[in-house]
Design a protein around this ligand. Structure first.
Ligand code: ATP
Ligand code: MG
Length: 871
């Protein structure tokens, strides 16, 4: 069965069991502060497990893109070395949200594997949780054990510990025991030698876990204790690539049709064969894996960058480049050339790849090229460090500097060092890193208490499209502590006019007012797993009363001007530059807006003017906001709204239309484009290869901008003696300046000529050497020219000139080549020695050298000592 059929069969099987098939969510998470990337199939469904919202169907099935390269699940170091861990992989899952539980989950898993996929029962093992005395006296999962007994002989049911068989979402939240299904795909011979049972969960490449069935039945509270969940859930995850390995009868994920086309392409490009030399094999596996992770990430809108999720992606790509560079001898970009076969193979299941192929190739190619440049430099430095090392440990500071200055990731350094039998001082490295990051990461780390529920099961309603003020009640609250902000409180209301940061738009600020007039400021509003959270520094004493909640209207209005302008800008760019323009990110603040989009070249002055004019014409047309709430997704698309890659949309969406501009958008907008007053682009530049960024302002900010420009204009005019035509006056000044510069140059030349004439007469012969030592009033380059000019006129010449420049002393020494040979005179040695008189040092070549020092008073002595070298 090919991989496409294997995936389709899984989804179809669960669809027949009344599950809704949903597409994979984007890999980059937007409203979950605890996770950067989706690292398990359940991550996009957290809001359902937490009870924050309800799924349309309580049975769902999907194939979710997962990335395990940071945080709690990080498999990056394994990838390439083993044959069954990837950075990016697909997790096939079936989900029950408070519906079926263990009995069905186990029965269906067994039916699918043994009857549909027809996997031989005798190669399967399953595990159940053995219990744990030191964690709330957790009992063994006998329920699962008894169910498994009906399907598989008891000697194939193994008991597992908390690490392998108790699954937790994070420090807090839903959790429960799990049952894993393992396969033993070793040969009969190998099986006869070692009992498969002893190899389960022991990192054997041919006895591997393929599926994990998680039975969520507890909630882990902030203090570490467990409580039973009112609704029990099923969360399963099967590694798609591992399943393909089993069903296609091969012994490595890389020998399945998911990877072989990419590997064949790498062979063709590099001329290296797979499966010959282990080091080359590792490199080929690394590259074939990493190109997928990077391509999918770019398709989901996460470009490589210097911080956060973007940096993780950049590091993955750099790891691939390094392996190609070292083991496949590829010194020029080539990984981008694999995107073609990847999209051919996966484009049907993941249309986002196909649609953005060109952009993905551009970005990867540019990243490769720039890293190859620094790689060369970094490797040379690393070689030197190793050569000069006195023992087999390299200082952590050096490794840090490589990272800091050359962008040479420490995992690469570590790898190279290990290959050479070296290690480095990790403690020292981490110390330097911490120092640099300062309050960085730790500062953003959040410790949160459990929620205190005041009103149970109250749904939260956002009313901020229509109202900026409302009477609200707190439904729950908790304290959170971070180094950056200290102690804060998160409040959830039954209804709220506050817009939570999202879709690029900043969160609302404002306040809530208690009955006695006390005011509590809301400093930010955020969304977390689909609930709106209001941040405040202080908790009202009486939390059970009714508050008046008020959004800061002025800030909201300015933000709305910028948000609407962002839509018009998007439309303008597609109109002026072409349909290839796609939104790649936006930030809508009250003071300005930022818009990133795909486009291949810098915008010309005319294009920028056209874009600006387009937006302003829409503002002048006074277009009213036409809003559609709860529009079925298909209908919105039909009307012309564009879905953005990397965004998660529900079945019903909100549409925002101004004239011909129509977008899927949850943000807040002005009622009429006329409110924006005016739109002005303030900057345009590149963010990455093929991605441009425009920053612009609207409304009040434009007024200040013009005021400020006007002010500098009058200041300038003033400086030009109130010239009637300041541009012309400025031009005159510049012309005059150019003329003066030319005159000075000529004067300096004449001066040097005169000096040369005088000096010629002062040169005296001592012991067959033409010699002069003298202090001059010339700059260093003038002196150098002078030396060489005299040198072309006199044989056997030895000169030492001193000069004072900005309080510093400079010595310049010239020695004819003939003297260097016959008299062993050496300008380099001479300035080094005489440099002591001016408290400095220097060097150069035997025929010309200079020294600089801090003691101009010593020049006289140096000049006097010069004669000593020939007399
Ligand atoms: P392992 O012990 O093999 O690393 P795991 O315990 O980390 O697996 P889970 O977190 O339970 O795995 O994930 C569910 C399934 O996803 C696994 O059974 C496996 O098939 C697959 N899987 C997990 N990590 C990876 C990975 N890095 N690459 C490919 N598949 C993976
Ligand atoms: Mg793992």
């Amino acid at each position: 069965m090919n991989s496409q059929d294997i995936r389709a069969t899984f989804l179809k099987f669960f669809e027949d069991k009344k599950h809704s098939i949903v597409p994979s969510a984007p890999m980059v998470l937007k409203d979950d502060p605890t996770l950067m990337f989706v690292n398990a199939g359940m991550a996009p469904f957290k809001e359902y497990f937490l009870g924050n919202s309800e799924p349309k169907n309580n049975r769902i099935t999907d194939s979710q893109k997962c990335l395990r390269v940071s945080g709690k699940h990080n498999d990056l170091e394994e990838v390439g070395y083993d044959t069954y861990h990837h950075t990016l992989f697909e997790m096939l899952g079936n989900w029950s949200f408070g519906d079926y539980f263990k009995k069905e989950a186990i029965a269906w898993a067994w039916e699918l594997l043994t009857e549909v996929y027809k996997i031989d029962k005798d190669i399967l093992y399953v595990t159940v949780f053995e219990g744990s005395d030191d964690d709330d006296n957790l009992k063994m999962d006998t329920e699962a054990y008894d169910i498994w007994k009906q399907y598989i002989s008891e000697d194939r049911i193994l008991k597992g510990n908390k690490k392998d068989n108790f699954w937790e979402m994070g420090e807090q939240g839903p959790c429960g025991p799990c049952s894993e299904i393992h396969v033993d795909i070793r040969s009969a011979e190998e099986k006869a030698k070692v009992d498969g049972k002893t190899l389960v969960n022991e990192d054997h490449p041919h006895v591997v876990e393929i599926w994990n069935l998680v039975f969520m039945q507890y909630n882990r509270k902030a203090n570490g204790t467990l409580e039973g969940l009112p609704n029990k859930h099923i969360d399963t995850g099967m590694g798609f690539e591992r399943l393909c390995m089993v069903l296609q009868n091969v012994r490595s994920n890389y020998d399945t049709d998911v990877f072989t086309p990419i590997i064949r392409e790498i062979e063709a490009i590099t001329g290296k064969d797979y499966d010959v030399d282990e080091k080359v094999d590792i490199a080929i596996r690394v590259i074939s894996d990493h190109v997928r992770a990077v391509a999918f990430s770019i398709a989901d809108g996460q470009l490589p960058s210097n911080t956060g999720a973007g940096y993780v992606i950049r590091r993955i790509l750099r790891r691939a480049v390094r392996y190609g560079f070292t083991f496949l001898d590829k010194k020029e970009p080539f990984i981008y050339r694999l995107v073609n076969v990847l999209t051919e193979k996966m484009g049907a299941a993941f249309p986002e790849l196909k649609a953005q192929k060109q952009l993905i190739e551009n970005v990867i190619k540019e990243e490769e090229a720039s890293f190859l440049r620094t790689l060369d430099q970094g490797l040379a430095i690393l070689d030197r460090i190793v050569d000069n090392a006195t023992d087999k440990q390299v200082s952590g500071s050096k490794v840090f500097e490589l990272k800091d200055t050359y962008g040479f990731p420490e995992d690469l350094t570590d790898l190279i060092l290990r290959e050479k039998g070296f290690s480095y001082n990790k403690g020292e490295f981490n110390k330097r890193l911490k120092e640099q990051q300062g309050r960085g990461r730790e500062a953003s780390e959040l410790k949160s208490d459990d929620w205190t529920d005041l009103i149970e099961d109250e749904d939260q309603e956002f009313i901020g499209y229509d109202q900026l003020e409302a009477k609200v009640k707190i439904t729950k609250y908790r304290k959170v502590v971070s180094k950056k902000d200290g102690e804060m409180y998160q409040l959830v209301f039954n209804l709220t006019p506050f817009y939570a940061e999202g879709g690029g738009q900043v969160g609302d600020k404002g306040y809530i007012q208690a009955g006695n007039g006390d005011v509590f400021y809301i400093v930010d509003t955020k969304k977390e797993n689909n609930i709106i959270i209001h941040l405040t520094k202080e908790l009202p004493r009486d939390v059970n009363q009714v508050f008046i909640a008020k959004v800061d209207a002025k800030q909201r209005y300015r933000t709305e001007c910028n948000h609407t302008a962002t839509h018009l800008l998007h439309q303008a760019l597609r109109e002026v530059l072409g349909e290839h323009v796609e939104q790649k990110g936006s930030a809508v603040h009250s003071k300005y807006l930022r818009f990133d989009f795909s486009h291949f070249s810098k915008l010309t002055v005319e294009e920028l003017r056209d874009v600006e004019n387009f937006v302003n014409s829409r503002i002048e047309s006074k277009l009213p906001l036409q809003e559609g709430r709860n529009v079925p997704m298909e209908k919105a698309i039909e009307e012309g709204a564009m879905a953005l890659f990397g965004e998660k949309y529900g079945d019903a969406v909100r549409t925002v239309r101004f004239g011909q501009s129509i977008e899927l958008c949850g943000g807040t907008h002005v009622d009429n484009t006329a409110d924006i007053w005016h739109f002005k682009i303030v900057s345009e530049g590149a963010v990455a290869s093929g991605i441009r960024r425009i920053e612009a302002i609207t409304n009040d900010a434009v007024k200040s901008y013009y005021h400020e420009n006007n002010r500098s204009f009058f200041e300038m005019k003033d400086m030009l003696n109130n010239a009637q035509e300041p541009v012309k006056a400025l031009q005159n000044l510049q012309d005059e300046n150019t003329g003066l510069k030319k005159q000075i140059e000529q004067l300096l030349k004449d001066k040097a000529k005169n000096i040369k004439g005088e000096l010629k007469n002062e040169i005296t012969e001592i012991n067959g050497v033409n010699f002069l030592a003298k202090q001059l009033d010339l700059d260093p380059s003038g002196i150098k020219d002078l030396c060489f000019e005299l040198g072309s006129q006199f044989d056997n010449l030895y000169l030492l000139f001193g000069a004072e420049n900005d309080g510093k002393a400079i010595l310049s020494c010239y020695v004819s080549k003939s003297l260097v040979e016959t008299k062993s005179l050496n300008a380099g040695t001479i300035v080094r020695e005489l440099g002591k008189h001016i408290h400095g040092g220097g060097g150069g070549q035997p025929f010309f050298a200079t020294a600089g020092g801090k003691h101009p008073e010593g020049i006289v002595n140096a000049l006097e000592a010069a004669k000593g070298y020939i007399s």
